[in-house]
Design a protein around this ligand. Structure first.
Ligand SMILES: NC(=O)c1ccc[n+]([C@@H]2O[C@H](COP(=O)([O-])OP(=O)(O)OC[C@H]3O[C@@H](n4cnc5c(N)ncnc54)[C@H](O)[C@@H]3O)[C@@H](O)[C@H]2O)c1
Ligand SMILES: [Zn+2]
Length: 363
């Protein structure tokens, strides 16, 4: 089993990555010297597929196990839902030394992680991510939180888990659309990592789409390693961590302008990556070949290369109200070369406008 060590200022914790690791979650937790109760929080879709495996694993290692199943979907990332969970935990007699195991995608991870960070001022947290997005992104880095009616992810904390168990085999039950969501983030990591990873993924992505574990596992691992490196340097997101926003400023603009319905996060990020690579060509003379290669990779992955039904103006307006953008031009991450991201690139509003219009015209 591959074990990575995440080390941040606030905590060091292991990340176990391998096919079949979920079944070993209980013994892995025990080997960390842990005792007490484990409350698994999961959603309705994941419960039917993987909850039994985790319950058996923890119970088999001598832990008292309880499970709480919430509805699937972004709607549960709310303070109301968190309040309900605090009460459930209270009635289950959950105490300081007990642990929450978040079994699910980013929604469950963010919600259950937020509850773990606040219940009794913080109890144990295990992340068992079950979507590709959560395996390569949201389960790493310690951002937990919920939405408020006005905005996404506005209430939360930095709260590192005590252990992450990443089992790529859990992806076998994931609907293809959700797999593709995560692939947009994988492509982001390829561009951030360098030509070698990009070329490798470009050549072998079909193996990922068919969930050939011998290929999926090392790719997932490389993405996690990249994020870990960045987060260990900048846990609280003051600077370096911003490289992870590659493709996300235009992406967020498209997501928000479409009311989070027209385009999913992954689709919007794919479009944002295309815009970032095009701008990088202009600003840093990134070889034009990458734009062509990215375009065709996104097509192969069933990710969009253009958008419709939303005006470019609405995208730009949404970008200016994006919480991550101090002003429109300051927040772009561009690429000097593959593997050499530059944060805070100054792109004029006019230039950006042209790029967004190009996407709106279908790429
Ligand atoms: N904390 C962070 O750093 C961070 C980073 C990126 C995204 N996020 C958050 O992550 C959330 C999105 O996460 P997501 O894309 O994983 O969505 P999700 O958690 O809603 O999961 C997507 C869907 O797949 C289902 N599902 C999950 N695992 C499955 C499996 N193995 N088999 C079958 N179905 C399965 C879920 O029930 C859900 O319907 C957003 O709320 C976003 O804000 C957080
Ligand atoms: Zn993202």
């Amino acid at each position: 089993m591959i074990q990575l060590l995440a080390s941040t200022r606030s905590k060091e914790y292991p990340i176990f990555i391998s096919e079949g690791s979920a079944a070993a979650a209980g013994s892995l937790w025990k080997s960390q010297g842990r005792r007490g109760k484990v409350v698994i929080i999961t959603d309705g879709n994941v419960a039917g597929r993987h909850l039994g495996l985790l319950e058996e694993s923890f119970a088999g290692s001598g832990f008292t196990v309880n499970a709480i199943v919430v509805e699937a979907g972004e709607g549960v990332k709310s303070l109301e839902q968190a309040t309900g969970l605090y009460s459930r935990l209270f009635h289950l007699k959950t105490r300081r030394l007990d642990t929450i195991c978040a079994l699910g995608g980013g929604v469950v991870g963010d919600l259950a992680g937020f509850v773990a960070s606040t219940y009794m001022r913080g109890i144990g947290l295990i992340q068992v991510p079950t979507t590709l997005l959560s395996q390569v992104d949201s389960s790493i880095g310690g951002k937990v939180g919920v939405n408020i009616p006005e905005a996404k992810n506005y209430v939360g904390a930095f709260y590192q888990p005590d252990m992450v168990v990443t089992d790529p085999a859990l992806l076998l039950t994931l609907p293809r659309g959700q797999l593709v969501e995560g692939l947009a983030e994988v492509v982001k990591y390829c561009l951030l990592s360098g030509d070698e990873f990009f070329s490798n993924f470009e050549m072998s992505h079909q193996k990922f789409l068919s969930l050939d574990m011998a290929y999926v596992e090392p790719v997932v691992r490389r993405c996690i390693e990249y994020k870990l490196r960045v987060v260990s340097e900048d846990e609280r997101d003051y600077g370096r961590r911003a490289v992870l926003n590659l493709g996300h400023s235009v992406g967020h603009g498209i997501e928000a302008a479409g009311n989070y319905e027209a385009y999913s996060h992954g689709q919007a990020v794919a479009l944002g990556l295309l815009a970032a690579v095009r701008l990088s060509e202009e600003v840093f003379s990134l070889p034009a070949d990458y734009e062509r290669r990215l375009f065709s990779l996104l097509q192969d992955l069933d990710l969009p290369t253009g958008f419709e039904g939303i005006g470019a103006e609405a995208v730009l307006a949404a970008m200016t109200s994006d919480k991550k953008a101090d002003d429109l031009s300051a927040n772009m991450v561009l690429l000097k070369a593959l593997g050499e991201p530059v944060i805070n690139c100054d792109v004029s509003a006019g230039r950006l406008h042209l790029e967004v219009e190009r996407l709106a015209a279908g790429g």
